[in-house]
Design a binder for this molecule. Sequence first.
Ligand SMILES: [Zn+2]
Length: 436
Amino acid sequence: MKGFRTPLIAGLLSGAALPAIAQEYVIDAGTLFDGNQLSENARIVVQDGRVIEVGTREEVDTPEGAEVIDYSQYFIMPQMIAGHSHVGTVQGMEHGGDVYSRETVERDLAQFARYGIAAVNALGMNRPLFHELRTEMRGPDYAEADLYGAGTGLGAPDGAPPADAMNTEEDQVNRPGSPEEARESVQEMSNMGVDMIKVWIDDMGDNVPKMAPDIYTAVFEEATAQGLLSAAHIHDYADARAAIEAGVNVIAHGVRDQEIDDELITLMAENGVWYIPTININESNYLYAEHPEWLEDDFFTMGASPELQEAIADEEWREKALEDVDEDRQAVAVNIENLRRIVEHGGVRVVLGTDSGATAVRIPGFAEHQELALMAEAGMDPLDILIASTSAGADMLRIDDLGRIEPGARAQFIVIDGDPSESITDTRSIVEVIRY
Ligand SMILES: [Zn+2]
């Protein structure tokens, strides 16, 4: 059993390495968030990479010979689950399927891990290599974030994801022409090994053909028959509603064309639909051009590529990036309002997801922390945001030993100098990411 400890900001600056972790150790925490609730003066006992006991320091004894890590001044939480991302398709300022490789996938998973993310749901546009990597790049002996995902995903012929804009390769998206082909495609993916089935329904603002209802209905039915959850890329209210009525399990983007009503929220709640807002997807188109001062912030620069940092430093790039973003700002506002309505109504399971990794400005890991702040803007309680980013994401991906700190869970913790249950942006004050 290996032990991985990644010291963040302080370590990056000092270059200090931390000692490897012992087979058996105890962490004394100030405040513990276990994936569901908070407790004070907690003690976590870890053996061979798994949590074996959690409780207060009065309740739980330190096993004889165990190493003790005194983090009683810090907040400890499980590592997060990124519910909607992509891996291996960005190189510098470019994106496309031609850069998808073992190296670029692992580069992204390593970056997610540094930001305190335990597992990543690569929701489509994966190339065939994905199925091999999905077996290899997960589990207790793997040092980076665990790879989960949807394989290619299914789009309409000539539809989303737009092959030109996304530079997709032929083998990155399946585009079935009939319900029969759609069912076969889902069966094939299920046989090769996927964690979810993804469809793109959206017409990208009337720019590409929308997926036909008989095709996505066949996809959702076949996914269910194969024991898999299905997720839909939507933008509009009408598509979200039609997808839910056709049996989809996950709405993979927030509704952004109009404000949603109680009817849709009730429909999601009654059908147990997971909702992933991805507010940062539109915000990322202008956010970084607005914040050149972040080039001085280590938490940002450890994720932004050198090419992106160079672009942000260039005034001309910033001006151009901000030229045509009214629609994005509007989409962010509507997305936030819709999340606010969902939260106020209650009953819908919200999961952290950002669509990070799909383009150069959707920064793996950083985007996730940014999304937490956007969820707070929608009025979500910080504790509920922490749940959405840990145990809820694990439940959606059917992972029973991540996203929680409880007996049997893998020992994957974020050590924070602050209290994100009060102020969510404190998740950025990471002292250390511990795995195993
Ligand atoms: Zn996506």
